[in-house]
Every structure is written in C-alpha cells, then in structure tokens.
Design a binder for this molecule. Structure first.
Ligand SMILES: Nc1nc2c(ncn2[C@@H]2O[C@H](COP(=O)(O)OP(=O)(O)OP(=O)(O)O)[C@@H](O)[C@H]2O)c(=O)[nH]1
Ligand SMILES: [Mg+2]
Length: 231
C-alpha cells in the first residue's frame, strides 16, 4: 500500500528540519503544503524534495488556511496514486512514532485516527487548552452524532477510496473546523473507523496559529451542521 503524508505547514522550518528525516525512515511518501511561510519552510522543504523523490511540495501564495491546504494535498497525492493518505501537524504534537501502529491498523479499517480520547491516549497541554479541546470534542461529537471518540484530531489515515467518495469540495469550513466537517462527510459512507491511542504533546518549537477566531468559527460550523440535520 502506497501511503503519502499530507503535511500542511506555516512557519514550521525548525520542525520540518527534524520531522522530514524521521518520516522518511518510515515506508511513506510526503507532500508538504506550504503557504508561503515567511520563515522559509517552503524553501527548506524544496531542498529535501531535490534530494529525495519521495518528498513533494505544494507552494501556495499565502496563508490560505488548514482546510484548503488538506484539500490541495489530497488532490495532488490521489492523482499521484496514493492508496492511503495520512494527515498530521508538522509541530511534533502528532509524533511520527505512532505512524507504524496507524499503518498496521489501516489493514482492517478505512479510517484510522491517532486518538487522544481512547484508553492509553493523553493530552499534554496546559489545563485551559485541555479543557477547550475536550469541550470542543464533546460538543462536536454529540451535536453531530459522530462515531469517533476523537473528532477534532488532525492525525488521521484515510484509505484513498474514502477520500475519493467524500464530497470534499462541498466542505465549507476551512480552518480547524474543517476536520469536524470532514469526519462527518466521510463517516456517512459507513466506514470502519479504528482509533489508535496517542499522547498529544504541546509544540516545543515555533509558534501556535490557533486564534480565538478559529474557536468561534469552529462552534459556528458545528451549529450549522447540526441544524442542517441529515440533509
Ligand atoms: N499550509 C497551512 N498550514 C497551516 C495553516 N495553519 C496552520 N497550519 C499548520 O497546521 C498544523 C496545525 O497548526 P498549529 O499552529 O500547530 O495549531 P495547533 O496545534 O492548534 O496550535 P499549537 O498547539 O499552538 O501548536 C501545523 O503544522 C501548522 O503549521 C495554514 O493556513 N496553511
Ligand atoms: Mg500544533
């Protein structure tokens, strides 16, 4: 099975300098989706791509958001023949050490989630962010009737068929709430979901991009989807 990692980046130069070599030790290809990061992440990724044919880079014109970065990455890697697509944050919150367990789990599943909220999973965030993450997850899960324990996780491994059958171009949200809307879109296909426990660590390098605007937009997305019902 050819597995490609879609790695959205915005100002993650220090992190990808360490992460790309670790990913390349695994049996995966990598597609970096960089939004013209001012810190030179795009150029650094390009230097890796020159040396290593398993790395490709999509350069976008500016910070266009996490959701559209995933969508751009999905179309690129599906066209290049990926059988499964892994998404993860580039800041080591999603540690590559969990990827082998996720790759093993996809043999019996259509979607594997690197999950903070199954036994063995944990979140090493400061208390206020832990609470925020819990509440966001609980609200999304109950309002939208989602089957996963961790509905807001960006650490996911999708079979290509799942992505091909999902109405991705109809997804309206772009930032972090894209993940919830995406989960809702794919779980309508009645797919097999397996959650692999992960310990989610806070970033140690680089800066956070999440803003209170994103949190507000996330709540608005859940409300919009819940009100729409099953239509
Ligand atoms: N291409 C692209 N990547 C983005 C954008 N926004 C965030 N990212 C990347 O998406 C991943 C998650 O973003 P983070 O800033 O780590 O968000 P977070 O994990 O909620 O916040 P922290 O806990 O502070 O790290 C990281 O790899 C970012 O570099 C964007 O607009 N475009
Ligand atoms: Mg992060």
């Amino acid at each position: 099975m050819k597995v490609t990692v879609v790695l959205p980046t915005y100002n993650e130069a220090e992190n990808i300098a360490l992460l790309l070599p670790q990913l390349l030790e695994l049996d995966v290809d990598v597609c970096v989706v960089d939004d013209a990061s001012p810190d030179g992440t795009g150029a650094l990724a390009e230097a890796f791509a020159l040396k290593e044919p398993r790395v490709s880079v999509i350069h976008r014109s500016g910070k266009l958001g996490l959701g559209t970065a995933y969508v751009a990455g999905f179309s690129h890697v599906l066209a290049a023949g990926a059988d499964a697509v892994l998404t993860m944050d580039a800041d080591f919150s999603h540690h590559p050490r969990y990827i082998p367990a996720m790759l093993a789990a996809i043999e019996q599943a259509d979607l594997v989630i690197g999950s903070r909220y199954v036994p063995g999973g944990r979140v090493l965030y400061p208390l206020h962010r832990r609470l925020l993450s819990r509440v966001a997850n609980l609200v999304a899960r109950s309002a939208l009737n989602l089957r996963a324990r961790d509905c807001t996780a960006g650490f996911r491994l999708y079979r290509a068929t799942v992505l091909r059958n999902a109405p991705i171009d109809r997804i309206k949200s772009n930032g972090y709430s894209f993940l919830v809307e995406m989960l809702r879109a794919v779980t309508r296909q009645n797919i097999r979901i397996v959650e692999v426990p992960i310990v989610f660590a806070d970033r140690t390098l680089g800066k956070s991009k999440i803003s209170s605007m994103e949190i507000y937009k996330g709540m608005r997305t859940v409300a919009r989807l819940a009100l729409k019902g099953d239509k």
